[in-house]
Design a protein around this ligand. Structure first.
Ligand code: SF4
Length: 696
């Protein structure tokens, strides 16, 4: 089978991209020879695939964490399926297309996009059709099923490598025997014999490769760290594509030497290192450039990845190549997270947090990866015990439709504010003065503005948001100024909210959660947990005794539990929001409503209204609130509840919902008199501080 033209063109796009980056690196940062070597590796990898058939070699597709050393030793051409799909989406921008193509094949949305995308990429000819398919149950069942599908789609002969999860001498011996079977299979389909000497050489080099990665990790411990903010993706690629290959040794040696030189001269990877981060899982591939840019902007560097670059102990023995590749597969960092989750995973987190002196962690929570996402709370709690905050960034590795760059920026900036606040712990704020501060919170449905002076809210305004965020901010400000007779010239104004970037005030913008923490602390200093029920999002935040944000969780990918959801439900019932709230107090029981999906909830409400006899309206209203309460509690549990608890945001005005939430919580909550302006108040307090007028 030869590579068809369309497939060759896609691979050529990667090759062209890699060549361009190699040239750019050599021109702009000649001292970073490793960058050019990295891109040359990519180029070599895909050139080999293009040339394979012409040179009489077989293309062997294999899934992630596969003993690829065997393929190299048999002089065949490996093609890492997941990595190739990522590279194609990265270099050709085809991510959404291949994921949609996977869905058209009938793959359910429950299947993660790396595998939906992979199936779509094979079906549409985006990645070359292999001659042989090798796959295993690493890293999860999705991989195992995906390999089967690949065999079906391509018609190529396939071999499934059964990888035991547990690590015992018996299981390592079993895996070595499985790999020996695979060698026999490859010999049969290719007519080639395994070259055992070459296999041993590759194992010897792989052992050296592991040593180099460990040396690089040691160097990354330096403060400031010398390795680039998102450099770990390169380390992964070297391991995924070139295990035990001279190209990887050359790249890693050059990188190690460069990092060592930087450490000797005290030079860091970013101009000013401010935040040392731990990373879990993979950032969205299509935002690679953006992550590098924002990391440099904020001096935030990933210094350790316990489950990607932090290899297990042990050495490989070239005289026993089969046993060595079996043993190596248990040293793979990911095995501690994706294999049977035991205390090795948590110990790695503790060790990395301590040794790499991290300030915070980011969990790139791929919304389609239930496997990885199941560990979010566990890891977050583990880090919290060490006083280290973790950001859960809902995203998708492949599909750009899940999270935009703006959303990611908003969350990261907020997280960096939080890390900064953790550092100063509320110190450095001085007590009240008569100066004025103005805060404006531009939300999707309403815009709120507050003037704060001394220790009081002098005036506030809440107006419907206009199409243009800037116009909304100006209109809210005009309202305040006309009420108070103040003039805007020179007044400190801090912006927040989803449209907070639209209006340049000279005093900047702060994340909504930081502002909420400051605002609620001013109103109710005893509050430690805030639930923000906004128009489109639900968030739960934690506040320190000093009024600093210490953590948060939010839900912005599902409408259930938000203001828009309750509005829609009231509309379906044909009542106003106030009537719906009043109805719920008269309920005798609660209608059963799904609390997991807004779309399902809507069809359930319709069926309650149209059944014979219809569900009584009070029971329906109470059922809707109960479903919202379930959703809100789920978010709350992710950060943990500490009393006092306050509820803010437009939905907090709904007393029917508050009553049901209080029942579910088992205690009363605080609802500010005007729950919509708390973030604007926090922004106004920060504005006054920035102008030198002290805090509250
Ligand atoms: S671990 Fe997650 S992303 Fe990876 S294959 Fe499994 S479900 Fe997909």
């Amino acid at each position: 089978m030869s590579i068809v033209r369309a497939e060759r063109d896609k691979l050529k796009s990667i090759i062209r991209g890699a060549k361009r980056f190699a040239r750019l690196s050599a021109e702009t940062a000649p001292e970073r020879r490793s960058d050019a070597l990295y891109y040359r590796m990519l180029q070599t990898y895909y050139e080999r695939i293009i040339r394979a058939h012409g040179e009489g070699n077989l293309i062997v597709a294999h899934t992630v964490f596969f003993p690829e050393e065997v393929i190299y030793a048999m002089d065949m051409v490996p093609m890492h399926t997941e990595a190739t799909t990522w590279m194609i989406t990265l270099f050709t921008g085809e991510s959404a297309g291949v994921v949609s193509a996977g869905a058209e094949l009938g793959l359910a949305s429950e299947i993660c996009t790396p595998h939906r995308g992979l199936a779509g990429a094979v079906a549409t000819g985006v990645i070359p059709r292999p001659d042989v398919v090798l796959w295993s149950n690493l890293v999860c069942d999705n991989t195992a099923k995906s390999g089967e599908l690949l065999v079906k789609l391509t018609g190529a002969p396939g071999f499934f490598l059964d990888h035991p999860f547990k690590e015992t001498p018996e299981e390592i011996a079993y895996l070595a025997e499985e790999i020996a079977d695979m060698v026999r299979f490859l010999e049969a389909v290719s007519g080639k014999k395994m070259n055992w000497d070459r296999f041993s050489e590759i194992i010897a080099r792989m052992d050296r490769q592991l040593e180099l990665i460990r040396e690089i990790n040691e160097l990354r411990k330096a403060v400031p760290t010398p390795f680039s903010p998102q450099g770990f993706m390169q380390l992964l690629t070297a391991d995924y594509l070139f295990p035990g290959q001279p190209e990887a040794i050359e790249y890693l040696t050059a990188l190690r030497d460069e990092l060592a030189a930087m450490v000797r001269s005290g030079k860091g990877a970013v101009p000013q290192e401010r935040f040392r981060l731990m990373s879990f899982f993979l950032p969205p591939m299509y935002l690679t450039g953006f992550f590098e840019k924002i990391s440099r902007e904020y001096g935030a560097v990933s210094v350790t990845e316990p489950f990607f670059t932090f290899w297990g102990e042990g050495k490989l023995d070239p005289s026993k190549p089969l046993e060595s590749v079996a043993r190596k597969s248990y040293m793979i960092p990911e095995m501690r997270m994706y294999g049977p989750l035991d205390d090795r995973a948590l110990k790695s987190i503790n060790r990395c947090a301590r040794d790499y002196r991290i300030d915070g962690a980011i969990y790139y929570a791929d919304v389609g990866c239930r496997h990885a996402c199941a560990t979010i709370k566990l890891f977050k709690d583990q880090l919290a015990e060490m006083g280290i905050p973790m950001l859960t960034l809902d995203c998708d590795v492949v599909d750009p439709r899940v999270t935009s760059e703006d959303e990611v920026r908003e969350k990261l900036e907020q997280f960096f504010e939080l890390l900064e606040a953790c550092r100063h712990g509320g110190k450095g704020r001085t007590e009240a003065a008569e100066a004025i501060g103005i805060g404006i919170d531009v939300g999707s449905l309403s815009t709120k503005a507050v003037i704060f002076s001394g220790r009081e809210i002098v005036a506030h305004a809440v107006i419907p948001s206009e199409n243009e965020s800037e116009a909304s901010a100006r209109a809210a400000l005009d309202r305040l100024l006309s009420e108070t007779g103040l003039r805007v010239d020179g007044l400190p104004i801090v912006m927040t909210g989803t449209g907070g970037k639209s209006y340049e005030t000279g005093y900047g913008r702060h994340g909504i959660n930081t502002c909420l923490a400051r605002g609620i602390h001013h109103l109710y200093p005893a509050v430690r947990t805030v639930i923000d029920l906004g128009a489109e999002t639900t968030a739960a935040i934690r506040v320190s005794p000093e009024g600093d944000l210490t953590g948060w969780e939010n839900q912005d990918k599902c409408a259930a539990g938000t203001g828009l959801f309750v509005q829609q439900m009231a509309k379906l019932m044909g009542v106003s929001l106030e009537e719906m709230s009043a109805l719920s107090f008269r309920a005798r029981s609660r209608a059963e409503i799904s609390n997991t999906c807004a779309v399902f909830a809507e069809s359930e409400v319709i069926s309650h209204i149209h059944r014979d006899p219809p569900t009584p309206m009070p029971d329906l209203a109470a059922g809707i609130y109960a479903s919202m309460a379930g959703r809100i509690l789920a978010i709350l549990k992710r950060i943990g509840v500490e009393r006092e608890v306050a509820i803010v945001g437009g939905v907090a005005k709904n007393s029917g919902l508050i009553r049901i939430l209080e029942e579910a919580l088992g205690f009363n909550v605080i609802v500010p008199e005007e729950p919509r302006i708390v973030a604007a108040l926090g922004a106004a307090i920060i504005a006054r501080e920035k102008a030198g007028g002290g805090g509250s």
